[in-house]
Design a protein around this ligand. Structure first.
Ligand code: ITT
Length: 198
């Protein structure tokens, strides 16, 4: 089965390919080589945006696709930036700009109240309909400064207590073992299992 990852974010594509790449019977390809219009992410939930990205892209390119909508929810900010994670510091903001904006918003918030959670919703769709939906979450704390050079987005300020490091201090393999995206993919694979041997 061929699966096109309906994402313009190369970091996500790399992570998903690394995690799904070895499954027998699944050929994972990126959107490179397809002309597909950018889907406007105007829904209020990760689920809504992931479903929209998946179905619109599947219909346009006439392939089975996997879409990923993700974000960071910070408790002290009542769940922000949430579905606005990519645009929190304006269109086209860098990882550093996103992280610095978040740290400014949390400037007087003590360590105990800096709890946060990454979420990923994956939607698998063919041109006719949504086939499967899966979610994964990962809990952590927001640091007081940027730490580490790996990963992308908010990884430099997302401290993962079980490994005592930020996601940006983890190797790609370590992040892919524990991340919200990994957990969402595992939940998707549980549903897909009868269709694949690996
Ligand atoms: P596509 O919609 O094309 O997939 P995008 O980057 O716009 O790409 P989202 O709408 O899901 O994707 O935006 C999620 C943002 O949340 C993303 O741009 C990052 O800033 C952040 N984010 C998502 N997953 C992350 C992760 O694993 N580590 C760090 N930040 C992440």
């Amino acid at each position: 089965m061929k699966l096109v990852i309906a994402s313009r974010n190369q970091h996500k594509v790399t992570e998903i390919k690394a995690m799904l790449g070895k499954i027998a019977g699944l050929e994972i390809v990126s959107l490179d080589g397809y002309t597909a219009p950018e889907v406007s992410e105007d829904q209020e939930t990760f689920q809504g945006n992931a479903a929209k990205k998946a179905l619109e892209t599947a219909r346009y390119i006439n392939e089975t696709v996997l879409a990923d909508d993700s974000g960071l929810m910070v408790d002290a900010l009542h769940g922000a930036p949430g579905v606005y994670s990519a645009r929190y510091a304006g269109a086209g903001a860098t990882s550093r700009q996103l992280c610095e904006k978040l740290l400014r918003e949390l400037i007087n918030v003590p360590a105990a109240r800096r709890t946060a959670c990454f979420a990923t919703v994956l939607v698998l769709a063919d041109p006719q309909k949504i086939l499967y939906t899966a979610e994964g979450r990962c809990a952590g704390l927001i640091t007081e400064e940027l730490r580490g050079n790996n990963g992308f987005g908010y990884d430099p300020v997302f401290y993962f207590p079980p490994l005592k490091k930020t996601f940006a201090e983890l190797s790609p393999e370590e992040k892919n073992k524990h991340s919200h995206r990994r957990r969402a993919l595992e939940n998707l694979l549980i549903q897909l299992k009868p269709e694949f041997s690996g």
